[in-house]
Design a binder for this molecule. Sequence first.
Ligand SMILES: [Cu+2]
Length: 229
Amino acid sequence: MLKSLVFALAILILLPGLSIAGGIHGKILFASDKKQLPPHKTGKYKKACGPFVPNEELMFENNGLANVVIYIEGEVPGGKPKSHFIDQKNCRYYPHVTAMMKGEEIEIRSSDKINHNIHTYSFENDPINIMFTPGQENYTQVMEEPEVVKIECDLHFWMTAWIVVTENSFYNVSGKDGTFQIPDVPPGKYTFTAWHESLGSLSKTITIDSGSANVDFDFSKSKPLPTQK
Ligand SMILES: [Cu+2]
């Protein structure tokens, strides 16, 4: 009885590890003497938004960099379609960075009781420029082409977000501590790119076999890019 219980527990503990077999996992490193960026002051909007809103352009902790999109370059068959949304909440766009595959839909929502605007700067995809009033219906758009798209709110200068549209379904965004995983990558040789909004891109060629591979990207020496739109 005890033996089978221990066995069952061991399986449960091992299962999360099994889920990334054939994929990659790793950490986006950012060892820097830079300080965290100070929050934005909301000025005349402080009643509706609170006095400060976090600056999400460069977020790191314990040498790990958040909000980095890691993806495979080129067409790769397989993977499952995913759903995506951006909410306008507490005078920020949440999430700040979205990765999605071409042909997938993004749903724009607003949870706030004040007006916002969602204005995309895109070249390959249809632009979005919509005013959101409280309680307004969600808006959904298919992102057809691979591209990095910046989003701004024309009413609140500090509100920015990014959508990275990829060519395949093998992507993810690094968490607060810089870690990420991309499960179930079919065996093959791939170029993996890690993209950050203010530090640019790093790429690595990696061969994936049936096991899982660890891949780290180090942005510690990357210089901030000129402001993009
Ligand atoms: Cu706004």
